[in-house]
Design a binder for this molecule. Structure first.
Ligand SMILES: NC(=O)c1ccc[n+]([C@@H]2O[C@H](COP(=O)([O-])OP(=O)(O)OC[C@H]3O[C@@H](n4cnc5c(N)ncnc54)[C@H](O)[C@@H]3O)[C@@H](O)[C@H]2O)c1
Length: 260
């Protein structure tokens, strides 16, 4: 059940929040009382997402932010502080992953560099801009969205390497920020039904069969984990990775089926 007051008085910034997991996360924080800056490179869609929250009486506004650009990120952080008076939670959700990348041997440097920049360096950029404000908050928290791709050998090489890097960034930044009262954690989702999978229903159905809990994830599954890690219920948790994947990485389904 949603606690409508858990984040009362909080200012929250979510990147890539126009749709998918970011939008569900923005919804979850707003529903629990936070004021949320819905940021996305797609400003028009971000505005629709924020407007839908406002129509439900929740506190949200939109801001165009490209996480690949330092000035854009710094403007978004400044906007959150100006609009809400404080920034208490940063959610690094935006990413870049080039579809249909060529074979490993043929991948051009610029494709590799772009995916790393938009998936790993982007989170660093956002943390760097937000950290002073999160320190001032006194209850500051960063939650970054990783992936099971950063844990197991699956997926696009650059994207997966970047997601693994986010685990390391989470731990090193957690060590740096802990004495200043800011917690830093990572959520690593398995497959989640979002626009990222649009038009690939067959693939999602095939995935469903290998997920031990019998389904792929929904954006709200991830939003709930993000909200937990950002909340005071997690006040003694920092530097950790919370895997939210229906048992995918813990249970070797193929092996299990051979012995049952
Ligand atoms: N969907 C999955 O199966 C899955 C699984 C594991 C991890 N994840 C992670 O969850 C997060 C969200 O994924 P999703 O499935 O909701 O994606 P999505 O494609 O549905 O939404 C991503 C959003 O990010 C925005 N975006 C893209 N580039 C941006 C940029 N440069 N600056 C700002 N915003 C930008 C897009 O406009 C879009 O609104 C990502 O970090 C992704 O790696 C997703």
């Amino acid at each position: 059940m949603t606690d409508t007051t858990r984040f009362e008085g909080y200012g929250v910034l979510v990147t890539g929040a126009a749709r998918g997991i970011g939008a569900a996360t923005a919804r979850r924080f707003a529903a629990e009382g936070a004021r949320v800056l819905v940021t996305d490179v797609d400003e028009e869609e971000a505005e629709k997402t924020a407007a839908a929250l406002r129509e439900q009486g929740l506190a949200a506004e939109a801001f165009g932010c490209d996480v690949g650009d330092r000035t854009s990120v710094e403007s978004a952080v400044a906007r959150a502080v100006a609009a809400f008076g404080s920034l208490d939670v940063l959610v690094n959700n935006a990413y870049g992953c080039t579809p249909d990348t060529p074979l490993f041997e043929d991948e051009p440097d610029d494709v590799w560099a772009r995916d790393l920049d938009l998936t790993l360096t982007s989170a660093y950029r956002c943390c760097r801009a937000a950290l002073p404000h999160l320190v001032t908050s006194g209850r500051g928290a960063i939650v970054t969205i990783g992936s099971v791709n950063g844990i197991q050998g699956i997926g696009n090489h650059a994207y997966s390497a970047a997601k693994a890097g986010l685990g390391s960034l989470t731990r090193t930044l957690a060590g740096h920020a802990a004495p200043r009262g800011v917690r830093v954690n990572l959520v690593a989702p398995g497959t989640v039904r979002t626009t990222a999978w649009a038009g690939r229903e067959d693939q999602l159905e095939a995935f469903r069969q290998v997920y031990p809990l019998g389904r792929v994830g929904e954006p709200e599954d991830i939003a709930a984990a993000v909200a937990f890690l950002a909340s005071l219920d997690a006040s003694w948790i920092t530097g950790t990775t919370l895997v939210v994947d229906g048992g995918l990485t813990a249970i070797n389904s193929a092996f299990r089926l051979t012995i049952s």
